[in-house]
Structures are given as C-alpha cells and as structure tokens.
Ligand binder design. Sequence first.
Ligand SMILES: C[S@@+](CC[C@H](N)C(=O)[O-])C[C@H]1O[C@@H](n2cnc3c(N)ncnc32)[C@H](O)[C@@H]1O
Length: 281
Amino acid sequence: MTGIINWNELWRMTRPHTPDMKTQGEYDRERAKWFNETVKTHKVRTEKQIVPIELDPEYTVLDVGAGTGRLAIPIAKKVKSVTAIDPSRNMLACLRANMKKEDIANIACINKRWEDIGLGVDVMPHDVVIASHSLAILDVQEALTKIDAAAKKSVYLFTFVKGIRGLMWLDDGLWNEIYDGNYQTWSDHAYLSNILHDMGIYANTKIWDSEFEQPYDSLNEMVNYWKELYNTPSEKEEILTEYLLKMSVEKDGTLYLSGKSKSAMVCWKKNHECTGKVHNI
Ligand SMILES: C[S@@+](CC[C@H](N)C(=O)[O-])C[C@H]1O[C@@H](n2cnc3c(N)ncnc32)[C@H](O)[C@@H]1O
C-alpha cells in the first residue's frame, strides 16, 4: 500500500531518463572492459560486501544486474550455483572471460533486463537474490516485487547512500555550485527501504564507509565519464574538471581518482510460515 508519499513515483521522477530506456543497461565494449578492470582493483570493497550475505554450499543465488561478475564469481565459489542476469552483452562477455580465468563452471548467464524476466519461465526461485548497484529500472516497486518472489530465503540489495550522487563524495557546496541545488539523489537506499515498507517488507539497512580508486588514461576520459554519469551542464564542466584534477593523482601516465562513499545494504529474510510476512536479518 502506498503511504502519504509515493516513493516509487519519486524514484521514477528522479531517475535520469535516457532517450530510450531500453538501452540504458548497455555498456559498449570499451566501457565494459574499463569497468571490469576497475572493479578488479576493488577487492577489499567486494570482500566487505560479501561478508554479510548468508551463503551455503547447497544454496542457489540469483544476481540481478551481475555485470562482470564482481560478486557472482566469489559467491559461486561458496554456493551450489549462481544465475547471473544482465542486459549488457559486453558485461556478460567479461563475466564469462572471468569465469574461464578462475575455472568456474557453476554460473549460468541470462542476457536480459530484469523487467523482461518471466519468473517461473526464464528463472525459477533461488535461495538468495542479490542486486548490487544495478536497479536502473523505472518501476522499481515492480522490480522489487519480482525480486521478493524470486527469493526463497533472503534478499540483499546494495546501493550508495545518496544514491548515484554518493558514488562521488562531493561536498554539498560543490554540488550546489554545479547543479544549483537541484541534483536528485536517485537510487538512494532510503527510497528502497520506504518502497519495501509500503509493500509490507520491513527490511534492515546497514551502512558502511568505502573508498575507491579509479584509473583513467586521460583527464578528458575522466571528465567525460563523470560528466555523462551526472548529466553535468556544459557551462559547469570547468568546475567539475577542477574538482576531478584536485582529487586525482598521476602515476606512470595513468590518472587515479580517489573517492570515498557510503555503501548501503538493504536486506530481508523471508519467512512465510509466520503470520503475515516477517522479514528480518
Ligand atoms: C554498475 S554495474 C554493477 C555490476 C555488479 N552488480 C557489481 O556490483 O559490480 C550495473 C549493472 O546493472 C546492469 N543493469 C542495468 N539495467 C538493468 C536492468 N534493467 N536489469 C538488470 N540489470 C541491469 C548493467 O548492465 C550493469 O551490468
């Protein structure tokens, strides 16, 4: 039931729209390769992320928006099998190459958007469902309803505090200068918790600090990446460039951008044997 605030509609309104939402999950080959190489350097972040997920050698895990397998691969080593869903062929190509390198055979890949997955048709329910930084979906309530239905034991969603904006921990003053105070915090964990609450799912939230370092071949590449991600107005590009230069260091011809973010996990356990829905972790 929707409360006074329609969180799903707010999510939809603050989601940056691409001209064709069907292509939003696509990463071209270069970008997928860059993402793959970058996240390989995020070992500590990845290990921290997996620790709270309840896994068992007998479990099946569904990874919604698995990308290059940053989580699917280490999880596959601990469970019976993983199903990796992703609409990007290029991200899945990296995942398959990573599987080969690590000699992993228990991941099945499905090249589809979560919205287009038929539960019971394309995918059967799994013990655990995860979705990490991948809910680039307009009707997130519908996506969450399907995620809940796809899980037999528990669900773990990961995002950043302040959503996509939280990925780069810009101080509020600078955000206001670039976006005139208007930048929306799409994909903030608070939306997910509130939408779930309205669905009768009382999820737990855990927040922790994480640090990252991202390599770029040039200043141009770095500016273009962030400009595109945050839809930065061209007249504000200079401020963004200055900030990125200040936050990055050059080592052997590569620019490394360091940042801090707050990660959020929203999770719930399923226990349909109790009266009503009881979700606790
Ligand atoms: C930032 S990457 C995260 C990948 C991985 N989960 C991780 O944490 O490293 C986001 C992924 O979500 C996928 N994605 C985007 N829209 C999606 C959708 N509608 N359904 C499923 N996956 C989607 C993208 O193709 C991409 O691989």
